[in-house]
Design a protein around this ligand. Structure first.
Ligand code: CA
Length: 94
C-alpha cells in the first residue's frame, strides 16, 4: 500500500485531515495550491503540471491537502498527470 493510500484510509477511518486544509484553494488539479483575487480563485495552469511531475518523482513532497487523484481511480500516477495536462491544455479552470 502506498503512503497516499494509507493517508486516504486514515482519513476515511478517522475523518481527520480535511479540516486542516482549506477547501477554497485545495481543489483537484491545483497541485501547488495557489489562488488569486478577493474571491480566492484557484489557479490551475502549467505550474501545476510541473509541480505534479515533481510529486510523481518524489512522493515525499506530497502534502495531505493536495487533491491529486484526478482520474479518481484510487491511485496517483502518470495518468492523473495526463488528466491535469488535458485540463490545462483545454483551458481548464484558469
Ligand atoms: Ca495552481
Amino acid at each position: 500500500m502506498s503512503d497516499i493510500e494509507k493517508v486516504k484510509k486514515l482519513r476515511e477511518a478517522t475523518g481527520a485531515g480535511f479540516k486542516d486544509c482549506n477547501d477554497i484553494a485545495n481543489v483537484p488539479g491545483n497541485v501547488n495550491i495557489d489562488a488569486s483575487g478577493e474571491d480566492i480563485e484557484p489557479i490551475i495552469n502549467v505550474m501545476d503540471i510541473l509541480a505534479f511531475s515533481d510529486l510523481l518523482d518524489d512522493n515525499s513532497l506530497i502534502n495531505d491537502c493536495q487533491s491529486l487523484d484526478l482520474l479518481e481511480d484510487g491511485e496517483i500516477n502518470q495518468f492523473d498527470l495526463i488528466v491535469l495536462i488535458d485540463l490545462v491544455a483545454g483551458g481548464g479552470l484558469n
